[in-house]
Design a protein around this ligand. Structure first.
Ligand SMILES: Cc1ncc(COP(=O)(O)O)c(C=O)c1O
Length: 429
């Protein structure tokens, strides 16, 4: 993996954010490169070294990865190098390699991956490409991010489809029952998040996709928080589409994403956004309806035009970074910290309302909660002023808080949050 911190040290802005010596950093990197196999979830020395590979300020607790994941140095370096290559070459191309890496990472075929700029774009491609008609029903949760709400609501407005919602249950079984109750003869698709942005519950997506298949429905998953938090096997999951990004849990470049479209589904999902690269590369294209027969028979038909080499290189570096630690180790550490969040919040004399299920399979790196008697939005601002970054959750009128924990976090970050909650409860905000 390419890694050169000297490049960063040349940048005054980044230098300001770095608190470690180059020697510490190279030692941290060496530990990761030399390590293979199992890492203890509580091996604080190892995870501290991982943290050193991020240009983060040690006086802050970054607990909002669900919005934006900071990139480690190797990713920043790869993006930087990609820009230089663009300027030297002044050519198209080079981005194709990232598709192979993405496919390997999510256990899909490279012909099933379309590059996008974010989750929303992938959801729009999936939503608009489905053959839906007036009065056809689509099932969403009542906990959607605007990125998975607006595209379907727009089709409701434009084409008269009907959006129906259910509330995620406290257990996987309850969630599945809540979905099943909404299925009727007009239902055509289930379009839910793998992990809702509100309280981070890990939804039983494999069973949801099975339920969809058994009822002849399409399954379109909003995978914003999947890659980089959970080990993914999209073939095993069985979804028709999975839209996600590099800039959250994958810790990759910002404004980069991808959409998985199952091979056997690509004749059903129509491409409405087409352009150069999505065809078979006929530079001598003529404006003739016949050229449409030349669209690629792969997910490449869902995207076209100039692509970002820096972002593609950065995505490859992010995947390699995750793989160098091991996605099994990453997921286990994230879950370990997620459990610690739950334990700490629940230990506070009934002062906290935890919104995320404690069922073992239904939580991981995001927890949602309310502090009884305190205004959530005010608490977020209060915490931000004390260098603890969490998110306020206004979605669906929840008026709650969200805390995300990733591999660059430690128990000390969570302790800092808990201590603020205790002070706020005692002294007010
Ligand atoms: C569950 C969920 N879906 C969709 C999105 C939209 O992501 P993007 O901004 O990459 O389009 C987000 C962003 O936070 C999200 O949390």
């Amino acid at each position: 993996m390419f890694f050169n911190r000297r490049n960063f040290l040349r940048s005054a802005t980044l230098l300001a954010a770095c608190s470690l010596s180059e020697i510490d950093l190279l030692a941290a990197k060496k530990q990761i490169d030399e390590h293979s196999g199992h890492v203890g979830v509580d091996d604080e020395t190892y995870w501290k070294n991982v943290r050193q590979l991020f240009p983060l300020d040690d006086s802050k607790s970054y607990l909002n990865n669900g919005t934006m994941g900071p990139s480690p140095y190797p990713v920043i370096d790869a993006v930087h190098k990609g820009m230089w290559r663009n300027e030297y070459d002044a050519e198209y191309g080079g981005y194709e390699k990232s598709i192979e890496h993405i496919a390997r990472f999510v256990k899909a075929d490279k012909d099933e991956i379309a590059l996008t700029h974010n989750v929303t774009e992938g959801i729009n491609i999936a939503c608009w490409g489905l053959p839906l008609h007036k009065k056809d029903e689509v099932i969403l949760t009542s906990h959607e991010h605007v990125g998975n709400a607006l595209p379907w609501l727009n089709r409701q407005k434009q084409h008269g489809i009907v959006v129906r919602t259910f509330a995620p249950g406290k257990t996987a079984e309850e969630t599945l029952n809540n979905i099943a109750k909404l299925i009727n003869k007009r239902t055509k698709a289930i379009a839910v998040p793998h992990i809702p942005c509100t309280q981070g519950q890990v939804m039983p997506v494999k069973e949801i996709c099975r339920l969809a298949k058994d009822n002849g429905l399409y399954s379109c998953i909003d995978g914003a928080h999947g890659p980089g938090m959970l080990e993914l096997d999209l073939h095993d999951m069985g979804c028709d589409t999975y839209a996600t990004c590099s800039h959250k849990w994958l810790l990759g470049p910002k404004g980069a994403g991808f959409l998985y479209v199952r091979k056997g589904f690509q004749d059903t999902l129509q491409p409405y956004f087409v352009g150069g690269g999505g065809d078979k590369g006929n530079w001598d294209v003529t404006v003739d309806p016949a050229v449409m027969a030349d669209m690629r028979p792969t997910a490449h038909k869902y995207f076209g035009g100039t692509q970002s080499l820096p972002n593609s290189n950065g995505t490859i570096a992010a995947i390699e970074f995750m793989e160098s630690i091991g996605m099994d180790n990453v997921q286990a550490r994230i879950k370990y910290l997620g459990k610690y969040v739950q334990e700490q919040l629940l230990s506070m004399d009934n002062k906290i309302e935890l919104l995320t299920p404690t069922e073992e399979r239904s939580y991981c790196g995001i927890n949602g909660f309310r502090i009884k008697g305190l205004d959530s939005r005010k608490f977020m601002v209060y915490a931000m002023h004390k260098d603890v970054r969490i998110r306020f959750v206004p979605e669906n009128g929840l008026d709650s808080l969200r805390v995300s924990t990733h591999i660059y976090n430690s128990k000390a970050d969570i302790d800092a949050l808990v201590s603020l909650v205790k002070t706020a409860l005692k002294e007010g905000i």
